[in-house]
Unconditional design. Structure first.
Ligand SMILES: Nc1ncnc2c1ncn2[C@@H]1O[C@H](COP(=O)(O)OP(=O)(O)O)[C@@H](O)[C@H]1O
Ligand SMILES: [Mg+2]
Ligand SMILES: [Zn+2]
Lengths: 414, 199
């Protein structure tokens, strides 16, 4: 697929802008702070309904305006879809498809698919586990929008269960100093008996939704593993091979904060990681989660947090026998982050419908060899959009259309 | 601690569901600063609702007498109880004209975030109704969201030892909706929860 037209109203720095786009490579060139990333960020938002740069939507609306509108025409084979998205921070977004309103904005998620590379991606290899969990879960949603619901349900169970555990923790402290607890908890009526009897119910729901998310992640990692290894080898042929493993709080011995044991080689041995996790006793993941919850119940009641489940797991990136985090060089860390994005691209493409590739200011971060290899890999894509501060940052293999971006105006030069 | 009457108000407000000490204090000072006419209207509304509306002593539905219209109706099947969260759910189910049994209104759903536990719902009253063994089926019609599901799970476990048949409303596609336009989450769940069709 490719984007044929983009128009923005009150999005970021743009009061209004219109761009025509073609298949192949288009570069947006201009000094920093001129509005290049703002353009591609808008396309990323249409694809995922979230920004790759900020958590909330408020910064996306031009200062002084109350809402932003992104319109884009997406061409897929011989069909064209016009997607219009109105961003209303603090309220529900609204969307139209081919000029007809849709019931909920999220009904247009997935019509445009993008894979976006950005300087922020370095945190995939160097950052906290939450960055890698988000990478996995975003990719799950991109491949099957139904997972947006699974993820939301799981987060909601976590919130409810967390509130219950905090009440329990307070009640315990309260039994030591009864008077304080009563004035601390707004609802002293919810007694300790209540807490334990309903905790089992939340355990059951946590296990059900958690197992669904966990199984999907494990299957995804199995599919990603060879693709990441291949992309990494192409980017850094001299380096040790890249591996993926899943660290799960389901593995025993993992009630420390760093999570559980490592599941080696999620994909390579053919035996699935899901099987390893549910042990060889024929237990399902759901049963395993419930079992582990019972094991850690004492510490959960003391600390008032849910200690077991996919929200505390991690995707471990390895280079040969070493973990990438803490060991990999800056260049290797970059290659790994790029390899993860390239693998996501391969996977989405295999599902059907070549996604639009967006490379936001990444070439400036790479050495000459990685630049050239990345350029070779992405060149055949149906559409590649690049932002760069100077023309020299765009590799020669990727010459194509060019817009200059300066002081909020976007001008076609080629 | 504030002067007697102010602290009194804060204490009373703090007893309301979901109102902690901080909110109680905020509401109290809001009322202190408000126009006397507005506060009078609020006080009047509070008294009036207690005088004019009451809850069925059997099922908890809103009623104008001791028992609600449904519980007083001799044609209703008292062997089947349909459990709902609110009185407005009774109205919705009655509109379908499908159900001839009786209801039990819980008054909400279990939600730790809002400070609502089983003791805050009319669950003890439900157990009393089930105690004599005359009820043969309990239909759990709490909302098809997480809190409704959790409440249904809790009740199903509680009732299990009593040997009553427990069923759950099928959650799936909205009737009258077009399969093509159903959102994927709903459609996915509908597939998951599919059952054999008896023919
Ligand atoms: N909500 C907003 N309203 C107005 N201007 C904004 C808003 N958000 C960002 N900007 C401006 O956009 C510019 C950054 O644009 P960006 O696309 O990130 O630059 P670059 O060309 O370096 O990629 C900054 O000048 C910033 O002040
Ligand atoms: Mg930029
Ligand atoms: Zn009644």
């Amino acid at each position: 697929m490719h984007v044929a037209h983009l128009s923005l109203t009150d999005f970021r720095s743009y009061a209004s802008v219109e761009l025509g786009l073609e298949p192949g490579v288009t570069a947006f060139v201009g000094p920093n702070g001129q509005g290049k990333t703002n353009l591609v960020e808008a396309l990323g938002y249409v694809a995922t309904h979230s920004s790759h740069r900020v958590a909330g939507d408020a910064p996306l609306v031009r200062q002084g305006a109350t809402r932003a509108v992104i319109r884009c025409a997406v061409q897929r084979d011989d069909r064209r879809a016009l997607i219009e998205l109105e961003i209303n921070p603090g309220r529900a977004n609204r969307a139209r498809l081919n000029r007809s309103p849709v019931p909920r904005a999220r009904d247009v998620v997935g019509l445009l698919r993008t894979v976006l590379f950005a300087p922020e991606d370095l945190s995939l290899s160097k950052g906290d586990p939450s960055e890698r969990r988000r990478f996995l879960d975003d990719l799950l949603v991109a491949r099957a929008p139904r997972f947006a619901g699974v993820r939301a349900d799981y987060d909601r169970v976590l919130k409810q269960r967390g509130a219950l555990l905090r009440t329990a923790a307070q009640a315990r402290r309260g039994s030591r100093s009864a008077r304080r607890a009563e004035s601390d908890t707004g609802f002293a009526a919810a007694g300790a008996g209540d807490v334990l009897s309903t905790l089992e119910v939340w355990d059951a729901h946590l296990a059900r939704h958690g197992a669904e998310l966990l199984r999907a992640r494990l299957e995804l990692i199995e599919a990603l593993h060879p693709l990441v290894a291949g992309a990494y080898a192409a980017l850094a042929p001299a380096s040790a091979p890249a591996t993926l493993a899943y660290r799960s709080t389901l593995s025993t011995g993992g009630d420390n904060d760093e999570g559980g044991e490592l599941l080696e080689d999620a994909g390579e041995r053919g035996s699935s990681a899901a099987q390893t996790l549910s042990t060889d006793l024929g237990k399902t993941l759901e049963e395993r989660i419930r079992e582990r919850l019972l094991e850690v119940r004492q510490s959960e009641l003391e600390r008032g947090v849910t200690l077991v489940g996919p929200h505390r797991d991690d995707l471990i990136l390895g280079l040969g026998d070493l973990p990438a985090r803490g060991y990999a060089s800056h260049g290797e860390s970059w290659s790994f982050a790029l390899a993860l994005r390239l693998a996501a691209y391969d996977l989405l493409r295999a599902d059907g419908g070549d996604p639009v590739l967006i490379l936001d200011d990444v070439f400036a971060e790479l050495d000459t060899q990685r630049r050239r290899r990345l350029a070779e890999i992405v060149a055949p894509a149906e559409q590649v959009l690049i932002t760069a501060a100077v023309p020299d940052d765009v590799p020669r293999e990727l010459s194509g259309g060019r817009y200059d971006v300066a002081e909020g105006s976007v001008t076609r030069v080629r | 601690m504030y002067e007697g009457v102010v602290q009194n108000l804060i204490d009373e407000l703090g007893l309301l569901p979901g109102v902690g000490p901080k909110s109680a204090q905020r509401i109290a000072f809001h009322l202190l600063a408000a126009d006397p006419a507005d506060v009078k209207r609020l006080a009047h509304a509070l008294l009036e609702v207690k005088e004019k509306v009451r809850f069925c002593r059997t099922c908890g539905n809103v009623a104008s007498e001791e028992e609600c219209r449904i519980c007083r109706d001799a044609r209703r099947d008292t062997h089947v109880i349909c459990v709902v969260e609110e009185s407005k759910d009774v109205v919705a189910i009655e509109k379908t004209r499908e159900f001839r049994g009786t209801y039990h209104v819980l008054g909400g759903a279990i939600s730790p975030i809002d400070g609502v536990g089983p003791d805050d719902l009319r669950i003890r009253e439900l157990m009393t109704r089930l105690a004599d063994g005359r009820v043969t089926e309990l239909i759990l019609a709490t909302d098809p969201n997480l809190e409704g599901e959790a409440t249904a799970t809790y009740l199903a476990r509680l009732v299990k030892p009593m040997g009553v048949k427990v069923t759950r409303l099928a959650s799936g596609l909205p009737v009258g909706g077009d399969l093509e336009y159903a959102d994927e989450v709903t459609l996915g769940r509908a597939f998951e929860g599919r059952r054999l069709l008896d023919v």
